[in-house]
Ligand binder design. Structure first.
Ligand SMILES: [Zn+2]
Ligand SMILES: [Zn+2]
Length: 308
């Protein structure tokens, strides 16, 4: 049996998430048969650049992102959940989703080095001060740029993000298609061609991971982030580490389409990974599956021998 995980979950610390506590998500995870949950609250410097500092929700109010006490609180709450849910068979991990921006490299470095994260997810949410992952804010960005410019800007930032060496895995690597498809149509599905390949090779070389982000489906897209085509390019480039995440900002999205994402990894012959203290580990399922496959093979060959 494979291990079901959700490696992209936003609890109530971020003002863009519903007021769902870490503990409530853990209870929800148990009900869904999820065996490992990794919280990835937002650390979003793009919003800071827009002049919004109070983007954290902590102690019942809006909190300044640079008043790091909230991050201590976040760790404490995860620690408590880890202890509480251990006996139920749920493991709970300490992650973060950092919105990459080149001007905030120092802050990012400080946070990832000073806090004991299990998993550091990096994603691009802002380009040129526009929040490209938001339905409303992306309008002005996409309307005033050519597809070519979007491609060059996005992939140049992505390349920098990967080369910074600060992240364990790349979140929703083709996120520009989330809303970009409304402006450029299906042409946007080709945007990666000729741009993403060297970045994927760099990801492989650095032993970084790529997440399968399932939130695209509930937004009406046909495929996960990234698409199967990009996954095959990643495989060709030698990327082996994949995680699966719902990107839940509310309880009802927890675990969404995770089974389907795991099916897809199976189709590609890929494995689902977990992280511990920023080290990628195979889920038990992979070795268990190999064991099971061998067992099946033995049974089948026995039957075949009898039939012959
Ligand atoms: Zn994101
Ligand atoms: Zn997210």
């Amino acid at each position: 049996m494979r291990v079901k995980t959700d490696y992209h979950v936003h609890p109530d610390y971020s003002v863009d998430a519903e007021a769902v506590k870490i503990r409530e998500y853990c209870q929800g995870a148990l009900e869904l048969g999820i065996e490992e949950i990794c919280f990835t609250t937002h650390l979003e410097f793009g919003a800071v650049e827009q002049g919004k500092d109070k983007i954290i929700y902590y102690k019942g109010k809006r909190w300044n992102i640079f008043d790091w006490e909230w991050l201590d609180g976040y760790f404490d709450e995860i620690d408590r959940a880890e202890k509480e849910f251990k006996s139920s068979g749920l493991s709970v991990k300490r992650g973060i989703e950092i919105g990459y921006l080149p001007n905030y490299l120092e802050e990012i470095e400080k946070v990832v080095n000073e806090y004991p994260f299990d998993f550091v997810l990096g994603g691009i949410h802002f380009i040129d001060g526009y929040f490209i992952a938001s339905k409303i804010d992306c309008v002005d960005y996409f309307k005033t740029r050519s597809l070519e410019t979007v491609g060059n800007d996005y992939f140049s930032m992505l390349g920098d993000m990967v080369e910074s060496g600060l992240f364990d895995s790349v979140a929703h690597i083709d996120i520009y298609s989330r809303y970009g498809i409304r402006y450029f149509g299906k042409r946007i599905n080709n945007l990666h061609k000729g741009r993403i390949e060297p970045i994927l090779r760099e990801i492989a070389q650095r032993n970084m991971g790529i997440e399968i982000n399932t939130s695209s489906i509930s937004r009406g897209l046909a495929e996960f982030h990234p698409t199967k085509e990009i996954i095959s390019l990643a495989v060709q480039a030698g990327v082996k580490i994949f995680t699966v995440g719902s990107d839940a900002h509310e309880l009802s999205n927890l675990g969404d389409y995770i089974d389907e994402a795991l099916d897809m990894l199976d189709e590609f012959g890929l494995h689902n990974y977990i992280y511990e203290k920023r080290k990628a580990l195979l889920t038990v399922s992979a070795s268990y599956r190999i064991h099971k496959e061998r067992e099946m093979w033995r049974i089948e060959s026995k039957i075949n021998r009898k039939e012959n």
